[in-house]
Design a binder for this molecule. Structure first.
Ligand code: NAP
Length: 490
């Protein structure tokens, strides 16, 4: 495996169906452009509703056998497949670095983490328990069991193209479901390649199928297909609402992980070194292109100057570059030109409304950065509520900071959003941590730490941030139908 882009550019990518690559029924093809250089990386077929139908039919046929295996057998097959995929982490990680802009070391680590997620769910599959009920008559017997829903439509975004796929593949595979995956057109190579590697590693043909193409065509056809019994999607709130409407026609099960606008409250008693480290990590990593990014900081007046100085020092120490050539830089280019444009517009809006630029606010200087979507980690002080950076999901390496005097005011401002994904809190006082974690309106409250996504705990968006949940053993039930069996012993 070469670590240079040149070895794997210029490829043509098809769909993946029934264990083999498959041509599209249409002739539409889209080009993938490198976020680092602006050059073409690959061409990918853009599928049709007919391609979706063929893939769903394959998945439907594969369901009969896959769902009949015991969960112990499925666990063995999944673990064998992930063992193989780990040997492919360099290759798939490089595809992600090329298409997404995420530095190779982080991309590779995303592939390995995704294998861990599949293993976690494989183990959960054997722990699914039903119940036996007490009954109103001695001659009755009553029990509740769980059965796989069937074919799942899996629709994923570009910011964590494989990780967010594994959050859905994991419970789907473990419970005996089969699936058709529609990766985003922005980063189709690494998720398609991950699915193909799972099949090469032993997941039977037809269990995982991939149809590449436009959300409005392939995604929509998948959501509406009558044989698709569940849709799992991560993406923007606007797309999620559209999918919910389309899925309602046939009352499919759905889970949606959507946008965020995550606040961080830094109390006067916080460990400021730690707060600055966590905010830098969650604000700048992956260029802030994460649903759980810290989008706005409320810091107590007493510790404001110290916090801003420390955050600035970390931001200015971050290395930026083409993560395909320089595997271990902190930040690569932003994934899309549109994302970069939004970042620039949001910073301009904030400055126009009186924000103070502490650092960043532009691309790094030098020839190496001229063609790519590069943007420096940016801190805006004196942020006010009406600024776009304080309201919208900027999805860029930008951290706006606002001072507070009263904790009640900070909590009110933190909650004053249509989103409810993650809220961050920094305090060394246990009582404050307990009280405020109860009052913050979010599916996850992260106190003094950045590791908000763990296999063992549910990740659920409140308000406009989602519907249903992912991760943890609870996610398994998103892929199962409940059945009550009642018998009278006559
Ligand atoms: P997006 O534009 O909403 O797209 C998400 C997926 O939906 C893509 O595969 C897209 O396909 C597809 N799609 C678009 N229209 C569709 C339709 N009518 N029917 C079915 N599928 C359709 O989101 P994105 O820009 O890729 O991702 C960024 C967003 O994801 C951000 O808002 C971020 O907060 C959110 N996100 C949330 C979480 C979470 O766990 N809560 C995690 C990560 C990201 P095409 O793009 O190929 O057309």
């Amino acid at each position: 495996m070469t670590t240079s882009a040149s070895g794997i550019t210029g490829l043509h990518w098809d769909h993946f169906r029934n264990g083999k690559t498959a041509k599209s029924s249409g002739s539409d093809v889209f080009e993938l452009i490198s976020p680092a250089s602006g050059e073409k990386i690959a061409s990918v077929v853009s599928g049709t509703a007919e391609d979706v139908d063929l893939a769903v039919t394959n998945a439907h046929e594969a369901f009969i056998q896959w769902s009949q295996l015991t969960s112990y057998d499925r666990e063995k097959i999944i673990r064998k497949a992930t063992t193989y995929v780990r040997t492919q982490a360099d290759r798939i990680g490089m595809l992600m670095a090329m298409e997404q802009g995420k530095p190779f070391a982080q991309s590779r680590s995303e592939i390995l983490g995704s294998c861990d997620t599949l293993d976690y769910f494989a183990a959960e599959g054997v722990r699914i328990e039903g119940t036996v009920n007490s009954t109103e008559k001695n001659t009755f017997r009553s029990w509740v069991i769980y059965q796989p829903v069937g074919v799942c439509g899996v629709i994923t975004p570009w910011n964590y193209p494989v990780s967010l796929l594994s959050w859905k593949l994991g419970p789907a595979l473990a419970t005996g479901c089969t699936m058709v995956v529609k990766p985003t057109m922005v980063t189709p190579l690494s998720p398609t390649s991950f699915c193909m590697a799972l099949a090469e590693g032993g997941i039977p043909p037809g269990v995982i199928n991939v149809v590449n193409g436009r959300g409005s065509i392939v995604g929509d056809a998948l959501v509406r297909h009558p044989l698709v019994k569940k849709v799992a999607m991560t993406g923007s709130t606007e797309t999620g609402k559209k999918i919910m409407q389309s899925a309602a026609v046939s009352l499919k099960k759905i889970s949606l992980e959507l946008g965020g606008q995550c606040p961080a409250i830094i109390c006067a008693d916080a460990n400021i070194d730690n707060a600055a480290q966590v905010v830098a990590y969650k604000g700048f990593r992956n260029d802030g292109q994460s649903c759980s990014s810290v989008n706005r900081v409320y810091v107590h007046r007493e510790v404001h100057d110290e916090f801003v100085a420390k955050l600035r020092s970390i931001a200015e120490g971050m290395t930026i570059g083409d993560g395909v050539e320089q595997a271990s830089v902190d930040l690569g280019p932003m994934c899309t030109k549109q994302g970069l444009k939004t970042a620039i517009e949001h910073v301009e809006d904030a400055l126009r409304r009186g924000a103070k630029l502490i650092t960043g606010g532009s691309a790094p200087e030098g020839k190496a950065f001229e063609k790519g979507n590069y943007y420096r980690p940016t801190i805006l002080d004196n942020a006010t509520d009406e600024m776009l950076v304080m309201q919208d999901e900027t999805f860029a390496p930008i951290v706006p900071v606002q001072v507070f005097d009263s904790i009640d005011d900070a909590v009110h401002r933190a909650n004053n959003t249509r989103y409810g994904l993650v809220s961050y809190l920094f305090t060394t006082n246990l009582k404050t941590a307990m009280e405020l974690s109860g009052r913050l309106e979010a599916g996850t409250v992260s106190v003094n730490c950045s590791a908000v996504n763990t296999n063992y705990a549910p990740y659920a968006g409140w308000k406009d941030s989602g519907y249903g949940l992912e991760l943890s053993r609870k996610a398994v039930f998103e892929y199962l139908n409940t059945k009550h069996v009642k018998i009278e012993l006559v």
